[in-house]
Design a protein around this ligand. Structure first.
Ligand SMILES: [Zn+2]
Length: 82
């Protein structure tokens, strides 16, 4: 539990974030933010921390660095069923 808290405290903030990757990862507010490199993965809990500070959940939900949550329905296109 403590390790998870420490990990989240090191989440880069949008304003001071500097990506070490080349090419650079998209920012947390960019439309393609989920293309950023994962820097931490908790498969048993179903989430990954991306380089830009976005927490990406296995169901497609996202938690942005400022605390804004994006539901899976907003990130996944509706499936058409016939
Ligand atoms: Zn990066």
């Amino acid at each position: 539990m403590t390790a998870s808290v420490r990990t989240l405290q090191r989440v880069p903030q949008t304003r001071n974030w500097t990506c070490p990757h080349q090419p650079r990862c998209p920012g947390a507010l960019a439309p393609d933010r989920t293309a950023a490199w994962p820097v931490a993965r908790r498969a048993e809990q179903g989430w990954s921390l991306l380089c830009n500070g976005v927490v990406l959940f296995d169901d497609g939900g996202q938690l942005l660095p400022g605390g804004r949550a994006i539901s899976p329905a907003a990130t996944c296109p509706a499936e058409s069923r016939s």
